[in-house]
Design a protein around this ligand. Structure first.
Ligand code: 5GP
Ligand code: 5GP
Length: 226
């Protein structure tokens, strides 16, 4: 190869390096928080984790990289298996605020492993496994959803509340419109199940959602006791 060939090759290699650091392979995150009362109050029911009944508060479901068109990447790196030893400092917080409600009863590592491998591996360009869990915990604390709702008189008391009021209470507290998802209890009541809050690609700031998930909520929904 002549000198010209080498300079072109060097330019291409430089561009490759530069691009791999400046481009994420997703557009934003959904921070998805679940209401334990709704997860448990369905036909399939639930199991408390081995540490006991979780607090009556929103728990983390996951931090999900997403594309602006509503599609999303998943299971991006089979070589990056969940490694407990990287999150030992976070386990006690995870047990409190990212509790698993799936059966059979377990400590929670299965749920965290699933979320890391399905979703976390798709945001490794911006955060490693430790930061994936740490950022999720910080974001949940910052959202402080239960306080946002109770401040507006919306409580987990099995009563029915306006979807619009729930949405506005959260918007007033965090500054951005959340996605709200419902499920049905065995009596076919529509219940507040999950809240989606959008987060920038750095995984640290709330943003307006580029696209909201379809929530299947009617105009009045039940906020289940837990
Ligand atoms: P479901 O069908 O219960 O809504 O979702 C099943 C799973 O698919 C979720 O737990 C999540 O892992 C993934 N999923 C569903 N919707 C979305 C979405 O809008 N964005 C991302 N990133 N994942 C999703
Ligand atoms: P998704 O693919 O929906 O993000 O992940 C949900 C998976 O995590 C399911 O396989 C589910 O059994 C498991 N899982 C374990 N604990 C929980 C929990 O507390 N809530 C939800 N939604 N899924 C859980």
């Amino acid at each position: 190869m002549g000198p010209k060939g080498w300079s072109i090759l060097k330019l291409l290699m430089f561009q490759g390096l530069f691009l791999s650091h400046s481009q994420e392979d997703f557009d934003f995150f959904y921070l998805v928080l679940q209401w334990p009362g709704a997860y448990c109050d369905t036909k399939r029911s639930c199991c408390y984790p081995t540490s006991g009944k979780p607090a009556a508060d929103f728990g983390i479901h996951g931090l999900w990289p997403n594309y602006n068109d509503g599609s999303y990447p998943s299971n991006c790196d089979p070589d990056s298996e969940f490694d407990k030893s990287q999150i030992t400092d976070l386990v006690s917080s995870l047990k409190k605020t990212w509790p698993t409600l799936a059966c059979p009863s377990n400590e929670g590592f299965k749920f965290w492993k699933h979320e890391w491998e399905k979703h976390g591996t798709c945001s490794q360009s911006v955060m490693d496994q430790h930061d994936y869990f740490e950022n999720s915990l910080k974001l949940r604390d910052r959202a402080n959803l239960l306080q946002a709702l109770t401040k507006s008189g919306i409580k987990p008391d099995d009563k029915f509340y306006d979807l619009e009021k729930i949405r506005n209470a959260i918007k007033d507290a965090i500054g951005f419109t959340p996605g709200i998802e419902c499920n049905k209890d065995p009596e076919r009541n529509d219940q507040l199940h999950q809240i989606y809050i959008c987060v920038d690609t750095s995984g640290t700031e709330f943003i307006e959602c580029p696209i909201l998930p379809r929530g299947r909520c009617p105009s009045k929904l039940q906020f289940a006791k837990f």
